[in-house]
Ligand binder design. Structure first.
Ligand code: AMP
Ligand code: GLY
Length: 424
């Protein structure tokens, strides 16, 4: 089998790692990949959003299965393009990817489908947005509707702050096209949960429930980022809660997308807030695997991942993805000083030596001409610890992250703090 993974971050390294584990003899390609994927796959120097060259490469290498990691190529129609050429593709059409690419669209789908989510308004001009803000309770959340790489949502403590954020997006052009339309919504109290559903648009196969850590600083302080760490499974995600999420969130959303002629195939990622009374509300949908959730979730898969992805890619319902019983994973992101705004690049990286139950996934790294590994992006590595208890997994992830060495290295030593507190 010839498999192409599109993307070059920690998520794609984890995907290559999981696919290689299940398919030791497959021809695995990754575009563009990174120095980590290069140890498992053949990297193709093609940007993840270069649709023409990706289509040519799929042709040239006779790719049987393409798995698209990031949202941008999905939103631009890479899956449609490859499918039109008769290829098996795991990932939604551009029409279905709007569930992530347009928060205004996602809100409209949820409203039509009766899916629980924060009350909101959608605006393209400042006047009505500011009038709406004046009528809302504090705090509130202002979001760019379009894709903004994790920087599009601003939690505002006051109406005044919300007004200036809304004005900056709508009138000031901050966030560019992504902020030309905004969603203003009520602040939801509770605990976040990421539920990743492999789906053909009708039938749903869940991966281990995970929790991301969006804030830069320990104790969940500082600005939002793409995600500083994750763990799985999450003990608040009981079988009863997951069943409720299927019934109240996943199935109605998929049915409404299909009703609109945009049947969703791939991973529907529900970013949820679980209220203190246990009720789930949708904070956002993503049209793909989460990063860094993937780096925690895939190491817990005991088998069946490739089959499930291949089945969905060929229009069939996903088969079961077996979970390793009694296993836990914690992923710590090691980032560069200055992330998320202006990460410092080029520092030489020393990787940790092998530790039991610890795997390092590359993201923003590159090899220079001398073969020295260097920082090439904001989130540099993710270090996953797996163990037979949450505490063991957490200790392994922290120990690995602590042994990564480069000038300006930052990471959160408190990934999984909510789970740790529950277990105390
Ligand atoms: P989003 O881009 O919509 O996923 O938002 C990014 C992050 O902002 C979320 O993961 C939450 O931590 C926070 N956030 C977004 N919307 C809300 C909300 N309505 N209530 C509370 N926090 C939110
Ligand atoms: N971890 C959140 C995301 O992938 O967008």
């Amino acid at each position: 089998m010839r498999i192409l993974v599109v993307g070059g971050g920690g998520r794609e390294h984890a995907l290559c790692w999981a696919l290689r584990r299940e398919n030791p003899d497959a021809d695995l390609y990754c575009a563009p990949g990174n120095p980590g994927t290069a140890t498992l796959a053949t990297n193709l120097p093609i940007a993840a959003d270069d649709l023409d060259r990706l289509a040519d490469a799929a042709d040239m290498y006779g790719i049987d299965l393409t798995i698209i990691g990031p949202e941008v190529p999905l939103a631009r129609g890479l899956a449609d393009r490859l499918r039109a050429e008769g290829r098996a593709v795991f990932g939604p059409s551009a029409a279905a990817a709007r569930i992530e690419a347009s928060k205004a669209f996602a809100k409209d789908v949820m409203r039509a489908a009766g899916v629980p989510t924060a009350a909101s308004g959608t605006f393209t001009t400042a006047g009505p947005a500011l009038a709406f803000i004046d009528r809302q309770a504090e705090p509130l959340v202002v979001k760019a509707s379009g894709l903004a790489a994790g920087k599009g949502a601003v939690v505002c403590g006051t109406r005044g702050e919300a007004s200036s954020v809304a004005r900056a997006m709508l009138a000031g052009g901050e966030l560019g096209e992504a902020g030309r339309e905004i969603v203003i919504e009520a602040f939801l109290e509770g605990e976040e949960l990421s539920v990743l559903a492999v789906t053909d648009g009708r039938s749903v196969e869940l991966l281990a429930p995970a929790q991301d850590h969006k804030r830069l600083g320990e104790g969940d302080t500082g600005p939002n980022t793409g995600g500083m760490g994750a763990y799985a499974p999450v003990s608040i995600a009981t079988p009863a809660l997951l069943e409720r999420i299927r019934r109240e969130v996943l199935h109605p959303t998929l049915a409404e997308l299909e009703r609109r002629g945009a049947r969703f195939t791939g991973v529907l990622y529900a970013g949820l807030m679980i209220a203190p009374d246990g009720a789930p509300s949708v904070v956002e949908f993503n049209c793909r695997l989460g990063d860094p959730e993937t780096q925690a979730v895939l190491p817990l898969v005991a088998g069946g991942l490739t089959d499930a992805l291949e089945r969905v890619a060929t229009g069939q319902a996903p088969s079961a993805i077996a979970a390793e019983p009694g296993r836990f994973a914690v992923t710590t992101v090691v980032a560069a000083r200055g992330y998320p705004d202006r990460p410092e690049r080029d520092a030489a990286i020393t990787l940790p030596g092998p530790l039991p139950g610890m795997t390092v996934f590359h993201a923003g790294t590159r090899l220079d001409d001398q073969g020295v590994l260097r920082v090439a992006g904001g989130r540099v590595l993710s270090v996953t610890g797996v163990g037979s208890s949450f505490e063991e997994a957490r200790a392994r992830s922290s120990a690995g992250a602590g042994e990564v060495a480069f000038e300006g290295r930052i990471y959160r030593a408190d990934i999984g703090w909510r789970e740790a507190a529950r277990r105390r």
